[in-house]
Design a protein around this ligand. Structure first.
Ligand code: GDP
Ligand code: IMO
Ligand code: MG
Length: 425
């Protein structure tokens, strides 16, 4: 398998957690390289369901090294809760490492996220309010506090003082929010520091050594291509780089060391939060998909917006991340819909466009051009690719043609054994 990146090729929630857990069986190391606990990766093992936010989806295999890379923003409280919840359910976290270079999320990041959204009113971005954007802002402004700082009491005390003065003053001026006590936050975070200390390491060394020793390393993306800060539907994006290129920075690994990039796509499209969505369905088919696919946000519980498969988006993701294959999930959810559609291009101002536009104002006016396909019946019991219904195979072949890449795997249910590998990775 060598090293492989798993990227969301739509707007997130494509089933990256399920696919990562499935592929982790053959991996030695699983690495998260961006995002934070805005992610919600649901993995089903037997009758158990796990909702992972910061911890890589490899954790459910007890022998895999799991790494939270430097590109992740880490909320220590959320991390420790996640660890506790897993341990309480009998999942060992001894093989878990956190990068000493990861930036730390503080309560003021969450508060700024929440109050900025409130202030934007109907123009809000629909963030998860986990403090992700404000924490990455501090990173790029070069005032952020990293895990390695948190572990050094004096360094941390000084950095927190400086940051808190600035943040309290900003919160007061912008939002009339009283701010936080320095002493209380210092004490709380120093206690977190001691609890996370055993997990902290220079993780890019671990990744490099694993690759050099011919171990299989899986990089697990969070969010998706259209939520990427550069390539997504800006400003309705997250503040990190979910695309495959994000791995190099977010895990500290050179591009030549990454063998493959697999995009995870749903058999249809969903998005949580705001922003244009050309194939969105506002009718009973959209409602049917939402109910049957249980399309509600893992992190916020918000209903996900649902629409037809959009090949313009996935073709874009194939190009941006150099995807060497795609994994198509939730094919079972589309079962029993008499006719299904694929968007093959957009019409904008009378012209046909095939490449995803930069401007969301243009995207909002893009009319999808559809091809229609006969539907299929329940497939969740099927274990072999060539036993899938002919209508579904036609649908999948057309997706391959339109997106310019092969389908390496299909998923017909949330469980590990509801996965059909077409081509070994
Ligand atoms: P992620 O954020 O990309 O990991 O995706 P989420 O976990 O947020 O959302 C995907 C949801 O679909 C989860 O509840 C998975 O358990 C579920 N899921 C994944 N693959 C399949 C599939 O093939 N069929 C069905 N019915 N559910 C799936
Ligand atoms: P996974 O990894 C879907 C969305 C939010 C919002 C935008 C910005 O489970 O696929 P943020 O809190 O990141 O500043 O919010 O990004 N968003 C996601 N949507 N799946 C996710 O993660 C998401 N993480 C963030 O809804 O629109
Ligand atoms: Mg999710």
């Amino acid at each position: 398998m060598s090293s492989m990146v798993i990227v969301g090729a739509q707007w997130g929630d494509e089933g990256k957690g399920k696919i990562t857990d499935f592929l982790a069986e053959k991996a030695d190391v699983v690495v998260r390289y961006q995002g934070g606990n805005n992610a919600g990766h649901t993995v089903e093992v037997g009758n158990e369901q796990y909702k992972l936010q910061l911890i890589p989806s490899g954790i459910l295999h007890s022998d895999k090294l799991c790494i939270i890379g430097n590109g992740v923003v880490l909320d220590p409280e959320a991390f420790l809760n996640e660890v506790r919840n897993l341990e309480n359910r009998g999942v060992a976290t001894a093989n878990l490492k956190i990068s000493d270079r990861a930036h730390v999320i503080f309560p003021y990041h969450k508060k700024i996220d929440e109050l900025s959204e409130l202030k934007r009113g109907s123009n809000d971005l629909g963030t998860t309010k986990k403090g992700i954007g404000p924490a990455y802002m501090d990173k790029t402004e070069r005032v952020g506090i990293r895990v390695c700082d948190l572990l050094k009491k004096d360094v941390f005390a000084a950095k927190l003082k400086e940051n808190l003065e600035a943040k309290n003053s900003y919160l007061k001026k912008m939002f009339e929010f009283e701010g936080y006590s320095y002493e209380e936050m210092l004490e709380k975070y120093l206690a977190y520091a001691e609890q996370i200390r055993p997990y902290v390491d220079d993780t890019s060394v671990l990744v490099y050594n694993a690759i050099k020793a011919d171990k299989n390393v899986l990089f697990e993306g969070a969010q998706g291509t259209l939520l990427d800060l550069d390539f997504g539907t800006y400003p309705y994006v997250t503040s990190s780089h979910p695309v495959a290129g994000g791995v190099c920075i977010g895990a500290g690994v050179g591009p030549a060391l990454i063998g493959k990039a697999v995009g995870v796509v749903k058999a249809y499209t969903t998005r949580v939060g705001k922003g244009p969505f050309p194939t969105e369905l506002f009718d009973e088919t959209g409602e049917y998909i939402r109910k049957k696919g249980f399309e509600f946000g893992t992190v916020t519980g918000r209903p996900r917006r649902c629409g037809w498969f959009d090949a313009v988006i996935v073709r874009y993701a194939v190009r941006i991340s150099g995807l060497t294959g795609i994994a198509v999930t939730k094919l079972d959810t589309l079962a029993d819909i008499p006719r299904v559609k694929i968007c093959v291009g957009y019409k904008l101002n009378g012209e046909i466009i095939k490449d995803f536009p930069a401007s969301i104002e243009d995207l909002a006016f893009c009319e999808p051009i559809y091809e229609e396909f006969e539907g299929w019946e329940d497939v969740s019991h099927i274990k072999e690719y060539n036993k899938l219904p002919t209508n579904m195979l036609r649908y999948l072949e057309r997706i391959e043609e339109l997106c310019g890449t092969k389908i390496s795997l299909v998923s017909v249910g949330p469980k590990r054994d509801e996965t059909i590998v077409i081509e070994e990775f």
